[in-house]
Design a protein around this ligand. Structure first.
Ligand SMILES: Cc1cc2nc3c(=O)[nH]c(=O)nc-3n(C[C@H](O)[C@H](O)[C@H](O)COP(=O)(O)O)c2cc1C
Length: 305
């Protein structure tokens, strides 16, 4: 009989395998997210949702660079009151459903997170790392005092796991992770996009309407792996690696660096959700070849060398 090597416990959530859909990829509806579940993802994270509806920025909001995508969507979303019906529908998914939350103050994070959990979210992921909208996202995650306040206040009202998604656009991500851990977070997601831009050489005009956006995809994988490695050295919390995963080897590298699970964004947006299956199969074959019985056995293994 084949052993189940792939299941992981993530801050109290049981995932059938360590792959997750990253926030912001493939729509906001429960229907489109449900289609991802069918392709084998171990958990789903929604696009970030705030207290009020937001249109986001005018086009262009995404630029294809040679090494990945640069996006400045501007956090478009219908607002939590409207999104609640999608959460209620997604409650029936047989994988954990995690709602990504943002706010312009600690109180807003608290209100959105509470509404998401009351509607049935299995966990919330606090987006304190979006690099292209002012007074939220990375402007909160780069400020240790504000970050601690947001995490602490959300933890006091939310009875489900609270994941905190960190920005690589800081001097010392391990220090920020420590602040997050002390404030009571249940897990850390690392990383969100890396601040970036692109300029049209003919017109001399920045390509994104917001000028500055965030780089994702293969170019940021080494940065993300380094961030996970440094966080694992500093804090005991489970880490979810994210940034540039396109195949099972990338995912395995994150596990070896210290991640308990990996999120996949750009590669799913570009190549489609079927890649979950090949990544899961590849990790399983790797564990089998190494004579290992569980993903847990390779989490952080690179720190032993
Ligand atoms: C088009 C697009 C939209 C995104 N929207 C969000 C979002 O709403 N909230 C969030 O926390 N991250 C968002 N991200 C960041 C991703 O979740 C992920 O952290 C990042 O893209 C790195 O992973 P990847 O290289 O696998 O894409 C977005 C990324 C892209 C490309």
């Amino acid at each position: 009989m084949e052993i189940n090597r792939l299941g992981v416990d993530l801050a109290g959530l049981r995932l059938a395998n360590p792959t997750m859909l990253a926030s912001g990829i493939l729509g906001l509806s429960a229907e489109s997210l449900g289609n991802i579940v069918k392709t084998g993802a171990g958990a789903i994270v929604t696009k970030s949702v705030g207290l009020k509806p937001r249109k986001g920025y005018p086009n262009p909001t995404v630029v294809q660079a040679s090494c990945g995508l640069i996006n400045a969507m501007g956090l478009p979303n219908p607002g939590i009151n409207e999104f609640i019906k999608e959460i209620r529908e997604a409650k029936n998914f047989d994988v954990p459903f995690i709602v990504s939350v943002y706010g312009f103050s600690a109180e807003e994070y608290v209100r959105v997170a509470k509404k998401a959990v009351d509607a049935g979210a299995d966990a919330v992921e606090l987006n304190v790392s979006c690099p292209h909208v002012g007074e939220t996202g990375s402007e909160i995650g780069q400020n240790p005092k504000l970050l601690a306040e947001v995490v602490r206040k959300v933890k006091t009202v939310v009875e489900k796991p609270v994941f905190v998604k960190l920005s690589p656009n800081v001097t010392n991500i391990a220090e920020i992770a420590e602040v997050t851990a002390k404030a009571g977070a249940d897990a850390i997601t690392a990383i969100n996009t890396v601040k970036a831009m692109a300029i049209d050489t003919e017109t001399a005009i920045p390509l994104l309407s917001n000028k500055i956006g965030g780089l994702s995809g293969p170019a940021i994988k080494p940065i993300a792996v380094r961030c996970v490695y440094e966080i694992h050295e500093r804090v005991k919390l489970p880490i979810i690696g994210c940034g540039g995963v396109t195949n099972w080897r990338d995912a395995t590298e994150f596990l070896l660096a210290g991640a308990s699970a990996v999120q996949i964004g750009t590669a799913v947006a570009i190549k489609g959700p079927n890649m979950f299956k090949s990544i899961i199969r590849g990790i399983n074959a790797y564990l089998k070849k190494k004579g290992l019985k569980s993903v847990k056995e390779i989490v952080g293994l690179s720190h032993c060398s």
